[in-house]
Ligand binder design. Structure first.
Ligand code: PLP
Length: 394
């Protein structure tokens, strides 16, 4: 099938929930993608922070093939080795003691919200409210779109679940006023992703942690977009000097095989007793095997230092473009989540880059968001940024 065939047939029978760019990808390798008409692209999007190890990475494909050759799935009423190894690895490399496995980011946040509510009830019943940030994005289930601090995702879904309130992001004074003895948890992204690559002040997460401690409130960090090496450390919170009580992961956790995870300290995790939460496919054996292989790749000694070096090179390239282009107001980001704040809508830039074989994304209308595969080489970055410069500096 050609691009046109795939697009026509998809549009006829898939519900129109996405504003899709008219291109159909059929193959990928590292930071390269090919569409159905044979055109090659350099990828600065990584399927929205999913393909952190690049497209079709060999080690993950091998782990998936080895598992599919043995068993696809094990019911959560029984045990399976990939889940055991995944939970062990996640806990060994984070603050957490226990993990709930699910299938997506929204489900991981839904579980985090439910766990915080269960914990709140266990404190005597008054703590139930979830406080989240304006501009945040946490998913599309009813609870997670309610936690999302963007009105546009809620349109037409009322009545919404109750017990949610919002604070401006990166504003400790507002947080100080919002956390009360009815608050169960504060849910925050360490960097706003969908909200426009907003990096908070260096003391924000530590200040939020301190306020949560003072008020007896749980801190949930949503690392669905910024976890798994994206910021140059395995998890973004590692750079803030604090640990959360609960953390959510998905996207890149299994390199493109659907999975989500909610991690917590033991005294909170125990609030999920048998029968309180579950998922048929949560922690599916193939997905868990892919996640184990992904984590093993990322914790190898040279991997994250290499990411930091390549990300610094990429950032320097963006700064050179920003210095030359009248269309760019600001460069911001950490590691391989970077944004260029434009003075106008970014959609024409994305389209012009796509036509020239570079895939990137625009969010919050005026922010070009860069989420390249963490394995992109410096030469590939230079090649993609030269094309971006052609478009932005013309
Ligand atoms: N949280 C954050 C920070 C996200 O970026 C996303 C997706 O973009 C989600 C949650 C929802 O994840 P999913 O689309 O896997 O449900």
């Amino acid at each position: 099938m050609t691009n046109r065939d795939i697009i026509t047939r998809s549009d006829a029978h898939l519900m129109p929930t996405y504003a899709r760019t008219p291109v159909a990808f059929v193959r990928g390798e590292g930071a390269h993608l090919w569409d159905a008409d044979g055109k090659e692209y350099l990828d600065l999007f990584a399927c929205l922070a999913v393909a952190n190890l690049g497209h079709a990475p060999r080690a993950i494909a091998d782990a998936i093939n080895a598992q599919t050759g043995k068993l696809f799935h094990v019911s959560n009423l029984h045990y399976c080795e990939p889940q055991a190894r995944l939970a062990e690895l996640l806990c060994a490399h984070s603050f957490a003691d226990q993990v709930f496995l699910c299938n997506s980011g929204a489900e991981a946040n839904e579980a985090a919200i439910k766990l915080a509510r269960r914990w709140g009830h266990a404190q005597g019943g008054t703590r139930h409210e979830i406080v989240s940030a304006l501009g945040s994005f946490h998913g599309r289930t009813l609870a997670t779109l309610t936690a999302t601090g963007q009105e546009k995702v809620r349109v037409g879904y009322q009545p919404l679940p109750s017990g949610f309130r919002y604070v401006p992001y990166d504003d400790l004074a507002a947080l100080d006023r919002a956390l009360t003895d009815t608050t169960a948890a504060l849910l925050l992204e360490p960097i706003l992703g969908e909200g426009g690559v907003v990096v908070p002040s260096p003391d924000y997460l530590a200040g939020a942690r301190r306020l949560c401690n003072e008020r007896g409130v749980l801190l949930i960090l949503d690392e669905i977009q910024v976890g798994m090496g994206r910021t140059g450390t395995l998890f973004a919170y590692e750079q803030s000097g604090i640990t959360p009580d609960i953390m959510t992961l998905a996207k890149a956790l299994a390199s493109g095989i659907p999975i989500g995870a909610t991690l917590a300290r033991r005294e909170i995790a125990v609030c999920f007793g048998p029968g309180t939460h579950g998922s048929t496919f949560g922690g599916n054996a193939v997905a868990a095997a892919a996640a184990v292989a992904t984590l093993e790749t990322m914790i190898a000694p040279d991997f994250l230092p290499g990411v930091r070096k390549r990300a610094a090179h990429f950032r320097a390239g963006l700064e050179r473009i920003a210095a030359r282009s009248p269309k760019v107001k600001d460069v911001r980001g950490v590691g391989f989540i970077q944004g260029l704040q434009l003075v106008e809508s970014g959609a024409p830039v994305v389209a012009a880059c796509l036509a020239r074989g570079v895939l990137l994304n625009c969010t919050a209308d005026t922010v070009l968001r860069f989420l390249p595969p963490l394995v992109i080489s410096e030469a590939e970055s230079d090649q993609a940024l030269a094309i971006l410069a052609e478009v932005l500096c013309a």
